[in-house]
Write a new protein. Structure first.
Length: 51
């Protein structure tokens, strides 16, 4: 799950993206060219194990 949050904390959008090269690329282009990204974070990457 990925989320776009405004600097004031308001949730703008969420998406489910795979933890693959394709998913990471989609995450980078998702907000669009006019978006200003101040911070990025990835959580829980070592605790996820697909079954």
């Amino acid at each position: 799950m990925a989320a776009v949050i405004r600097t004031v904390g308001a949730l703008l959008d969420t998406r489910d993206l795979p933890a693959t090269v394709v998913g990471y690329r989609a995450l980078l282009i998702w907000p669009g060219p006019s978006a200003l990204c101040l911070r990025a974070s990835v959580e829980g990457t070592t605790s996820y194990k697909p079954h």
